[in-house]
Design a protein around this ligand. Structure first.
Ligand code: HXC
Length: 258
């Protein structure tokens, strides 16, 4: 498949997607989002891929939805086409983990896309923000919702109301990113992390992702019950037997399902 706005590569068990509209700081045009959806679906269906990495350039992960594409749309247009839903939520439907490796700007829709991934690894150059208010609109793909869950109401409200950006250190302190790495090491570190995940038992990886995500959608008691049932079900897998035997025998596990 030939893509124009993204690059796609397979590094062993890792599916790597690089946003690639450098002249527009990877602004998320509808073509880019459609291509992203296709690439994600292809990696989802590829049995050799156990984890994905989504990244951008040194200067920008993505500077938001494409403002030039949006600017002349009317209310009737955006409402009728449910603008921004189509394609954008594909990321949240992936069952395999997706790591966002963010350097430079992750603004507006760029920050929202990063937050739709399973976790964010940030370069020390990363800058996060929801500047939509400065162009007369509001976040449209989860910014007011996911950012609030990540960093709490006060910080999310300030960022969405003022458009202020957060640097990598503040983002790590606030819990938006899992950790910070030097910019030059970002991609290697993201791929190494993805390889580690892809080396685990696939059913355990998928169950872990499902279970952590359940924490956002249900009560604590229901979430814990859900987790317990999945935990029990791992005892039906050969990989649970292999993992625990390997520990007892002081050797590395050789998981069958990955
Ligand atoms: C279209 C964009 C763009 C965007 C940058 N460009 N961001 N084009 N949509 N979101 C283009 C610029 O027009 C310019 O093109 C080129 O990329 C380089 O950008 P500069 O502004 O010249 O770079 P710089 O001075 O370094 O400033 C970087 C920046 C700034 C701070 C990131 O570009 C910026 O503020 N961008 C917009 C950020 C934003 O408001 N994002 C939210 C979008 S709304 P030319 O042709 O002039 O060289 C949104 C809503 C999501 O995301 C709703 C749901 C999905």
């Amino acid at each position: 498949m030939a893509y124009e706005c993204i690059e796609v590569d397979k590094r062993g068990p890792v599916g790597l997607i690089t946003l690639n509209r450098p002249k527009a700081l990877n602004a998320l045009s509808s073509q880019l989002m459609a291509e992203l959806g296709e690439a994600l679906a292809a990696f989802e269906a590829d049995d050799e891929v156990g984890c994905m990495v989504l990244t951008g350039s040194e200067k920008a992960f993505a500077a938001g939805a494409d403002i030039k594409e949006m600017q002349s749309k009317s209310f009737a247009d955006v409402f009728s086409e449910d603008f921004i839903t189509s394609g954008w939520e594909d990321l949240t439907r992936c069952r395999k983990p997706v790591i966002a490796a963010v350097a430079g700007y992750a603004l507006g829709g760029g920050c929202e896309v990063a937050m739709m991934c399973d976790f964010i690894l940030a370069a020390d150059t990363a800058k996060f923000g929801q500047p939509e208010i400065t162009i007369g609109t509001i976040p449209g793909s989860g910014g007011t919702q996911r950012l609030t869950r990540f960093v709490g109401k006060s910080k999310a409200m300030e960022m969405c109301l003022t458009g202020r950006m957060m640097d990598a250190e503040e983002a790590e302190r606030a819990g938006l990113v899992s950790r910070i790495v030097p910019a030059a090491e970002l991609l290697d570190e993201a791929i190494k992390t993805a390889e580690r995940i892809a080396g685990m038992s696939r059913p355990s990886v998928l169950m872990t992702k499902e279970s952590v995500n359940r924490a956002y959608e249900t009560t604590l008691a229901e979430g814990i019950k859900y987790e317990r049932r999945l935990f029990h079900s791992t005892f039906a897998t050969e990989d649970q037997k292999e993992g625990m035997s390997a520990f007892a025998e002081k050797r590395q596990p050789n998981f069958k399902h990955r």
